[in-house]
Design a protein around this ligand. Structure first.
Ligand SMILES: O=P(O)(O)OC[C@H]1O[C@](O)(CO)[C@@H](O)[C@@H]1O
Length: 543
């Protein structure tokens, strides 16, 4: 059976009787449904409107999807997710990020929310911490960057810098020009073991100390699921904010990791995002499947990936403020769905999570839209746009909206040869030249897309949008039979890096075999570069 196939007969078999039939029916119906239905297919969950008319969805597809979801035990799995059950079986824990944004959360969640808000209130009232350096990576970074750039794009009275990368230039740039005496370092790390974050944090502490600050840790806060480790590292207990093991790293924007957002753009923004996301949670829990936005979006994505064979998904926010949405969704989708082994431990028979990439429109149009329109592969596109802008130049917003709709229409409708030829002739070309050039002007069309319209960019609508994608990813995990809440693939590289690091530091005993049992013997190329880099590092350090 092919691993990656758009063949109708490719089956998903996760050990449940009948799944193969439901999948085959679903795939066949989807294949027979044309992309681009005659009417806009609008869903109106909280905070946004979703137009899926550019996808291969139809009542017949939905009918088969219902059976498929039933056979995957979707209702039970959704219940488990939303009520703190063991949604993450390989790590034997919940994935209960929805609990963090509930209007009436548990006492422990409420306590951390209050502690975070108090910290911000005191800092604001004292006009303290003019500079914030947020140090975190992956899920401890992207959501914060996104919210700060979405609502602080005009600048804020606090100067907020982000440092994620282990590359020393990132830290150098992150600290450059700041007054250490009025700088707060926010260390966000669920595990408090991530080497990038801890090393960058160490540099920040040294920088504070070098400025003559006697107790640099008074300038540091930590947000972590391991408060005792953060305290042992030096952070005062009152500066340690907690999240929980049952919050996946890529969902931590809903936790105290939002502290930097609150310091930068206000606690109201955080509360608004929570409200929007929580409303989407309710919608996901209660809306019938035909109107359930995350479910419908998930089905469209499954058809694009596993039935039509598209290898990637393009995210095109037609909003400059949402540039950081691209890496945010990239991590959410690719860390969650970048798996090829199912929950039963078997290799999956169908292709799962697509590569996710993108850039805000209209920049994207001048960068890679050519490939989307006429390239041999193409990719489904999620267009995201706000109906109303928040600036005072309506002509700019008109152009932005026109561009968004035009790109989508071109992908959907395409342009056939006769139209292209007529165009060329109307431009006065001689017939022979026109017939040649017309071929280059043909757009295949029928390329799938979704259009997500936010009434305007508010914390509520952004919260709803993020929760929409989260639940979409979850539903895809259910259908594909994979756990979207672990990320074992990231771990192996981390383990190997530790061994190589020791070798680069000249630790002779750290040959791969002796460093750790799981590290393989280096391949010839890696061995060559380890030696070469070790030599140049040694030379540089005068060794
Ligand atoms: O918050 P931590 O524990 O520092 O982890 C940072 C990131 O590293 C990962 O574990 C792996 O990339 C992500 O899931 C997570 O968001």
């Amino acid at each position: 059976m092919p691993k990656h196939s758009s063949d109708d007969t490719t089956t998903i078999d996760n050990g449940q009787p009948g799944c193969e039939i439901a999948w085959t029916d679903f795939a066949q119906k989807a294949r027979r449904t044309p992309t681009h239905s005659a009417q806009a297919a609008l869903l109106r969950p909280p905070g946004l409107t979703l137009d899926l008319s550019g996808q291969r969805l139809s009542p017949a597809v939905l009918d088969c999807a219902r059976r498929l979801l039933h056979e995957r035990d979707f209702d039970t799995q959704r219940e488990r997710l939303l009520h703190g059950g063991e949604a993450n079986p390989t790590e034997q824990r919940a994935a209960w990020h929805t609990a963090l944004r509930e209007p009436a959360p548990t006492a422990e969640v409420m306590l951390e929310r209050q502690r975070t808000n108090n910290f911000v209130r005191v800092a604001d009232s004292e006009r303290r911490w003019r500079n914030i350096v947020h140090i975190g990576i992956g899920g401890s970074d992207w959501g914060v960057r996104l919210a700060v750039s979405a609502f602080g794009y005009q600048g804020t009275w606090r100067n907020v810098r982000f440092v994620a990368n282990i590359d020393g230039h990132a830290m150098q740039g992150g600290l450059a020009g700041l007054d250490p005496h009025d700088t707060l370092i926010v260390l966000a790390s669920k595990s408090f073991t991530t080497s990038e974050t801890l090393q960058n944090g160490q540099r920040a502490v040294e920088w504070l100390r070098a400025a003559g600050i006697a107790d640099p840790y008074q300038h540091v806060v930590a947000i972590t699921a391991r408060p005792e480790v953060a305290q042992a590292w030096g952070v005062p207990p009152a500066h340690v904010f907690k999240l929980w093991d049952w919050v996946g790293g890529r969902f931590s924007i809903w936790s105290s990791v939002g502290l930097t957002v609150a310091l930068a753009v206000g606690t109201d923004v955080v509360a608004g995002m929570h409200a929007g996301a929580s409303a989407m949670d309710m919608h996901f829990a209660q809306a019938p499947l035909a109107e359930n936005a995350p479910v419908q979006m998930a089905l469209a994505g499954i058809i694009n990936r596993s039935v039509l064979g598209y290898g990637s998904l393009n995210i095109a926010p037609y909003d400059f403020r949402l540039a950081q949405l691209v890496p945010y969704i990239q991590q959410l989708e690719m860390e969650s769905l970048g798996k090829s082994v199912g929950n039963d431990g078997e290799t999956l028979a169908v292709a799962t999570g697509p590569a996710v990439w993108g850039m805000p429109g209209t920049d994207a149009q001048h960068t890679f839209f050519q490939w989307l329109h006429q390239g041999s592969d193409g990719a489904p596109v999620d267009f995201i746009v706000c109906q109303e802008a928040d600036h005072g130049w309506p002509e700019h917003h008109r152009s932005l909206l026109a561009n968004c709709l035009a790109q989508r229409e071109a992908l959907l409708q395409g342009k056939d040869y006769d139209t292209a030829l007529a165009e060329c002739l109307a431009e006065g070309m001689p017939p022979e030249q026109a017939s040649k050039l017309a071929r280059h002007r043909v757009h295949p069309g029928g390329r799938p897309s979704s259009l997500i319209v936010l009434p305007r960019l508010t914390p509520y609508s952004l919260g709803a949008l993020l929760a929409l994608y989260e639940h979409k990813v979850f539903v895809q995990g259910v259908v594909w039979g994979i756990n979207p809440f672990d990320q074992w693939g990231v771990e192996y590289g981390k383990v190997l890096a530790k061994g190589i690091l020791r070798e680069l530091a000249g630790d002779a005993a750290a040959s791969p075999a002796s460093a750790q049992a799981v590290a393989p013997k280096h391949d010839a190329s890696t061995a060559y570069w380890v030696q070469a880099f070790a030599k140049s590092l040694k030379g540089r350090n005068g060794g």
